[in-house]
Ligand binder design. Structure first.
Ligand code: APR
Ligand code: PHB
Length: 391
């Protein structure tokens, strides 16, 4: 069962599977190790907005066909506040758009692509440990079906999410982390109802934030800001729909079609960044290195950017025998990460209700939305961040 490969990848989420796919396209071998079952990984419900650059990358990697067929191109978004709502036109401001395509679907596409290429993805492993990360001969040990085995490699890619073991393998004196925990969560539901609008609506209402999103013309995804640690059980469907309606612009509230929820969950909001994203032969990518609040849907897009950089750096190592890109990886990735951290923090602050907000703070948020509404320059800033900055 022991194995030898070029890159051992921890985690079969979007980061890990996309990395193994990009490496395989360029002739670099990898083995992916995943803690959970494949079905569990493939059924997690996450955000569903792909940036312009993410879609381009998926197409270049031969992974974009279903997203093109079944995804929805959105050329703008509606922003609402207590003074009414307005649209930001992405196409007019930036020449670009985003694609609505659930991460769950992308995850399935990635598993299929790895299977078609006979990629090695070993799920349900436990007791995963990284050894000798500070040397040129790292390895990972783990257990599968009661048997332990070792994977030796040139590099370890830590794509094992926020709770994985990779980040913890970087010694404390080397690792610097930054964190902001927001004092609220999002209660999200999926319902088999037509979306209230053709585009997303982000509403910064006095009662709290609300978001109308979708998966397809018959499946809606809605969120309302809720108290931290609140149980989804405290929210009957009727309570959810009433609260959502109360937080939407009047025309949207009147159009809203309600129905039973088929999924309901609470997500805490936080920003978290670990620096550096490299320690010796270990490279972190995606949620293992950073978390952003879902406002603006940057999480998956950041993971894709990390992995694109890392795949290019590893390919250059094997192809041209240069380590320049590997050495630049952490700084290059973090430069983009911090910009997305800033944007999602800004958007979260602007649109959420904080109990600690006084009249001054509330009035400032109204002024900021009014400025965004009235200034094409401000809308360009918003739009270029939303569709994704080049780096
Ligand atoms: N060994 C192997 N795999 C592990 C380990 C471990 N010790 N610990 C966790 N994992 C697995 C998890 O079970 C999960 O399937 O690593 C995977 C990490 O996947 P994600 O959490 O989806 O992280 P990532 O692939 O970086 O994707 C980022 O997912 O969380 C969203 O907002 C985020 O959309 C972004 C995207
Ligand atoms: C979603 O569709 O789940 C979604 C969309 C936009 C966000 C967050 C989540 O900002």
């Amino acid at each position: 069962m022991n194995r030898c490969t070029q890159v051992v990848i921890l985690g079969a989420g979007p980061s890990g599977l996309l990395l193994s796919h990009l490496l395989a396209l360029r002739g670099v071998e990898s083995v992916v190790l995943e803690l959970r079952t494949r079905d569990y990984v493939a059924s997690r419900i996450r955000a569903g907005v792909l940036e312009h650059g993410t879609v381009e990358l998926l197409h270049e990697a031969g992974l974009g066909a279903r997203a093109l067929r079944e995804g929805f191109v959105h050329e703008g978004v509606e922003l609402a506040g207590s003074d009414g709502s307005f649209r930001v036109d992405f196409r007019a401001r930036t020449g670009k758009a985003v694609t609505i395509y659930g991460q769950t679907e992308l995850q399935k596409d990635l598993f299929r692509a790895r299977d078609e290429a006979n990629g090695v993805v070993i799920d349900e492993v436990s007791d995963v440990r990284i050894h000798d990360a500070d040397t040129r001969a790292p390895s990972v040990t783990c257990t599968k079906d009661g048997e332990s085995f070792t994977v030796r490699a040139d590099f370890v890619a830590g794509c094992d999410g926020h709770h994985g073991v990779s980040r913890a393998a970087i010694p404390a004196p080397v690792l610097h982390t930054y964190e902001r925990v927001y004092p609220f969560g999002w209660l999200g539901i999926l319902s088999e109802t037509p979306p209230v609008s053709d585009e997303l609506i982000y509403s910064g209402h006095e009662r709290g934030f609300a978001l109308c999103s979708m998966r397809n013309p018959a499946l809606s995804r809605y969120y309302v800001q809720c108290a931290l640690g609140e149980s989804p059980d405290a929210w009957s469907d009727a309570r959810f729909w009433d609260e959502l309606r109360a937080r939407l612009p009047r025309e949207a509230a009147e159009r809203l079609v309600t129905g039973p929820s088929i999924e309901k969950s609470v997500t805490p909001l936080r920003s978290f960044i670990a620096e550096p994203m490299r320690f010796g032969s270990l490279f972190l990518a995606g949620d293992a290195a950073h978390i952003v609040p879902p406002t603006g849907a940057k999480g998956l897009n950041l993971a894709v950017r990390d992995v694109a950089l890392l795949a290019a750096a590893l390919t250059a190592f094997y192809g041209e025998r240069t380590e320049t890109l590997l050495d630049a990886y952490s700084n290059d990735a973090l430069a983009g990460v911090w910009k997305a951290v800033r944007f999602s923090w800004w958007m979260t602050n602007l649109l959420h209700r904080y109990d600690a907000d006084d009249d001054f703070a509330r009035r400032l948020k109204r002024a900021e939305l009014a400025y965004l509404r009235g200034s094409l320059a401000a809308q360009t800033v918003f739009a270029e961040n939303y569709v994704g900055l080049a780096r």
